[in-house]
Design a protein around this ligand. Structure first.
Ligand SMILES: *Cc1c(COP(=O)(O)O)cnc(C)c1O
Length: 379
């Protein structure tokens, strides 16, 4: 039996990556908004059914653009899940808004609409939601609250490209959606992201914000004869080199997803009996949601047992990390946010979760080794 360490995550290599990169480097045109930006954007629009998509330098940049487009300022509050990645909150805090942390649904790890309802105020301008592991949050509850209170919904859809909620693509359910193409995500270009939009007015402004506050996008379409400074903005447009890799990856999106779902399904099939005997909770997917196999996570009965399981797996050459220090208890969260209601589920989730290796090219023998290592652990 091989004892080679099994990595937690490994980026897929798409066939056309090098050919595409050669084409860009040979073209004397490697700044953004060239043919690969257009091709990759068209593919993203096809997958997400979004009326508009803009490639960005990261998901964090796309979230920053959301904060700019929503005109957040120091008088505003943005509700953010306590169990989230830092970018989800810091992109809003960057605009001076106060992050108000809300608890999660312990079943999915996603923002709980009931917890949102408890912390909404007249100053709530937006709610940012994550579809954790590519499993949609309870969007019915959140969209109902958004309609009742008039706040925007931003979907940090870093995990959810291709996922669906009640048949509708993730990233298009709220006001704005963001994607990540960091090399730990399902589809990657090293570092990259996208902003998904449906509103025409927001789209017109987003193009300008992304291009240093200029109307260069309109100029490139031939709609104006020169471009000039129009609005505040920054440099959120990725280079053609990134777009070239992303385009090659998107060509193989179905292959990537099939590979990831194969691994996810193997875990979901092999582990229930062991989980029952050892008081472990497995990842669940509510019936009205199609997930993206971004993660396969387990939840141990306690933090001590979770740490024991991580050590046990490490001893057998299997990497199984945990993540997300609750934002409300992190140093910046304490300084820049408020937590009106303690987020007990988030604290518990963070202390008990661990993630198993999951990447599209993980071989069946390696998946078997992970399963054998996991099921050799007993409480
Ligand atoms: C990875 C990730 C991000 C940040 O993505 P970048 O492209 O690295 O900026 C944001 N939110 C979530 C939930 C993520 O997993």
């Amino acid at each position: 039996m091989s004892t080679e360490r099994i990595l937690f995550s490994r980026p897929h290599r798409a066939q056309r990556e090098l050919v595409n990169l050669e084409a860009v480097l040979g073209s004397d045109h490697s700044h953004g908004d060239g043919p690969f930006t257009a091709a990759a954007t068209a593919k993203l629009k096809a997958i997400t059914e979004a009326p508009h998509a803009l490639l960005t330098t990261s998901c964090t940049s796309a979230l920053e653009m959301a904060g700019l487009l929503l005109e957040l300022g120091p008088d505003d509050e943005v509700i953010v899940p306590s169990f989230a990645f830092t970018s989800t909150a810091t992109s809003m805090a960057l605009r001076g808004a106060t992050c108000v942390f809300a608890d999660i649904d312990p079943e999915t790890g996603n923002l709980d609409p009931a917890a949102v309802a408890r912390v909404v105020t007249a100053r709530t301008k937006a709610v940012v939601v994550i579809h954790y592991g590519g499993v949609a949050a309870d969007m019915a509850g959140l969209l109902e609250l958004a309609a009742a209170h008039g706040f925007a919904v931003v979907e940090d859809n870093a995990h959810g490209l291709g996922g669906r909620w009640r048949g509708r693509p993730l990233g298009t359910l709220g006001t704005l959606g963001t994607l990540s193409f960091h090399d730990t995500k399902n589809v990657h270009c090293g570092e990259g992201g996208a902003l998904l939009l449906s509103d025409e007015i927001l789209m017109a402004r987003a193009e300008i914000i992304r291009e240093k506050g200029t109307d260069r996008a309109r100029f490139l379409r031939g709609a104006v004869d020169k471009y000039s400074w129009q609005d505040i903005g920054s440099s959120y447009l990725p280079s053609e080199l990134n777009a070239a890799v992303l385009d090659a990856q998107l060509d193989e999106f179905d292959l990537i997803q099939t590979g990831r779902h194969r691994v996810w399904h193997a875990y979901a099939t092999a582990l229930p009996e062991w989980a029952r005997r050892n008081d472990i909770r497995l990842m669940t997917v509510p019936a009205d949601r199609e997930h993206t196999a971004h993660l396969y996570y387990l939840r141990a009965p306690s933090e001590r047992r979770r740490d024991d399981l991580i050590r046990h797996l490490a001893g057998l050459g299997v990497s199984a990390p945990f993540h997300y220090v609750p934002l409300d208890s992190s140093p910046a969260g304490l300084k820049l946010g408020r937590t009106p209601v303690p987020c007990a589920h988030s604290a518990e989730f963070s202390a008990t979760v661990l993630r198993l290796p999951l990447w599209p090219d993980l071989a069946d023998e390696q998946v078997e080794r992970v399963i054998d290592a996991v099921t050799a652990f007993t409480v």
